[in-house]
Write a protein that binds this ligand. Structure first.
Ligand SMILES: Cc1cc2nc3c(=O)[nH]c(=O)nc-3n(C[C@H](O)[C@H](O)[C@H](O)COP(=O)(O)O)c2cc1C
Length: 433
């Protein structure tokens, strides 16, 4: 194995080549044009000879060490602008956008897909269950220059999961997911990844999860899986309850790291502090994705990422400075659309957790409630409300996070499930060869 930049080039066996070649044939039937045998996968690819033809095949790439999870109605342009002001290095995911939305809103794509350059590195998450629409959506989205495209196989919302096979239900159809991933990869020039759960309803054994990972990774160029480490229950509980009721099983994630050494796994679910992030990485996760904590407490979670995860010097930026920059962005948005599409409330929404646990937070929120209806600019909104927050909070840079938590990741590693029976994998390899 050799390395290019921070990417390891893995050796490729004839079995892999054969699987890719077969799959390439299948996909060229599915995708209209634009399928080439030699695709770029990040900066890492390797030529592989097969019957005189050469295929560029995906090798290992490094996933983001830290990312902010895709969250519908949360990780929009406004939130991502704020997040980027606090962390220069965190990877930012969009909200999930359905392939159909992209295809049918062709004339209004900027509304769904445009982002400012400083949001890089940024990942687009798409959802869908129709290969043709997924292909078209990827082609259209590729024009916007996302750094990676992620496919949603984890959403349990009835609006999504109930719509035929979409979101987490797709975990029950790994061959479709592999086709979708191949289609996405064939229509873009950036790496692709899957975000999924550890199972669905009664399909929650470690072996079933391995079967999903094995089929998707061997039948498509997918090398990176983001694992929300709890299963989804499709009957009876809401999407919100599905993010807390099924127990977290981080041991499945660490077992995948052990059992699929050529793949990359990002851990997700219930990670709330920077110490938990660094512990999860130290225990062997290739990347950590944080959702709610990064939204509800952005200063304390994202403020530590660049130094604690990426080894950069600690930021000297204060909350006041972040707010000044955010105000310039937000007021320019209001000015541009004349308040017709965006209002003060939407632009302030990402800031509602900005003073999490700080003195004055409660009063600030009460003042904010009143100011939403009276203020027409973010400047006037801040003038009206920030008097509630002491200068000591506004003018101090990020302080060290308190230590003191139980290392649930090393606990998880002490109860790893057994590896899947190797006979199953060998038979599968022959089957797909
Ligand atoms: C409001 C909200 C919206 C979400 N929307 C998406 C989504 O669009 N796509 C997705 O894959 N997951 C979505 N999720 C799930 C998160 O990405 C993440 O997997 C989950 O919240 C667990 O991580 P956490 O405990 O760090 O929040 C959403 C979660 C929340 C709270």
């Amino acid at each position: 194995m050799k390395s290019v930049g921070n990417t390891l080039i893995a050796s490729v066996t004839p079995v892999h080549c054969a699987m890719l070649k077969n799959h390439g044939r299948l996909l060229s039937k599915l995708v209209s044009g634009n399928v080439s045998k030699s695709r770029k996968f990040h900066c890492c690819s390797q030529k592989c000879q097969f019957n005189g033809e050469s295929l560029m095949v995906a090798a290992r790439y490094s996933p983001p060490l830290f990312s902010v999870a895709p969250m519908m109605e949360c990780t929009d342009n406004h939130y991502r602008t704020l997040a980027r002001l606090i962390s220069k290095r965190a990877w930012l995911y969009t909200e999930m956008i359905a392939a159909e939305t992209i295809v049918y809103q062709k004339g209004d794509l900027d509304r769904f897909l445009a982002f400012s350059r400083d949001q890089h590195p940024i990942v687009l998450q798409i959802g869908g269950n129709d290969l043709e629409n997924i292909a078209k959506a990827t082609q259209l989205a590729s024009l916007y220059g996302y750094d990676e495209i992620n496919f949603n196989c984890g959403c349990p919302s009835p609006k999504v999961a109930g719509k035929g096979c979409f979101g987490v239900r797709l975990m029950l159809d790994p061959k479709f997911v592999a086709d979708a991933m191949s289609v996405i990869s064939a229509n873009s020039d950036v790496p692709v990844s899957v975000k999924c759960r550890i199972g669905v309803d009664n399909h929650d054994s470690y072996n079933e999860l391995c079967d999903f990972i094995y089929k998707v990774s061997s039948l498509s160029p997918t090398k990176h899986f983001i694992i929300h480490s709890r299963k989804a229950l499709l009957n009876g509980i809401s999407a919100r309850e599905n993010r807390s009721i099924p127990p977290l099983k981080y041991e499945y994630l660490y077992a995948l790291v052990r059992d699929f050494p050529d793949l990359q796994f990002t851990i997700n679910g219930g990670i709330n502090s920077i110490h938990e992030v660094t512990s999860a990485l130290k225990e062997g996760a290739h990347g950590v994705m944080v959702g709610r904590a990064a939204y509800n407490n952005p200063w304390n979670v994202l403020g530590h990422v660049d130094s604690a995860v990426y080894g950069m010097p600690p930021s000297s930026l204060t909350r006041r400075q972040v707010l000044e920059k955010y105000q310039m962005y937000a007021d320019s948005v209001l000015e541009l659309d004349g308040g017709s599409k965006t209002n003060v409330r939407e632009l302030i929404k990402p800031l509602l957790g900005f003073f999490h646990s700080e003195p004055g937070n409660g009063l600030w929120k009460r003042k904010a409630d009143a100011a939403f209806s009276s203020c027409l600019t973010i400047k006037s909104f801040f003038e009206e409300t920030l008097v509630a927050i002491p200068d000591s909070v506004l003018d101090s840079p990020i302080v060290s996070a308190p230590i003191g938590f139980r290392n649930v990741f090393s606990d998880a590693k002490s109860r790893l499930p057994l590896p899947p029976p190797s006979t199953v994998r060998d038979e599968e390899a022959v089957l797909y060869a």
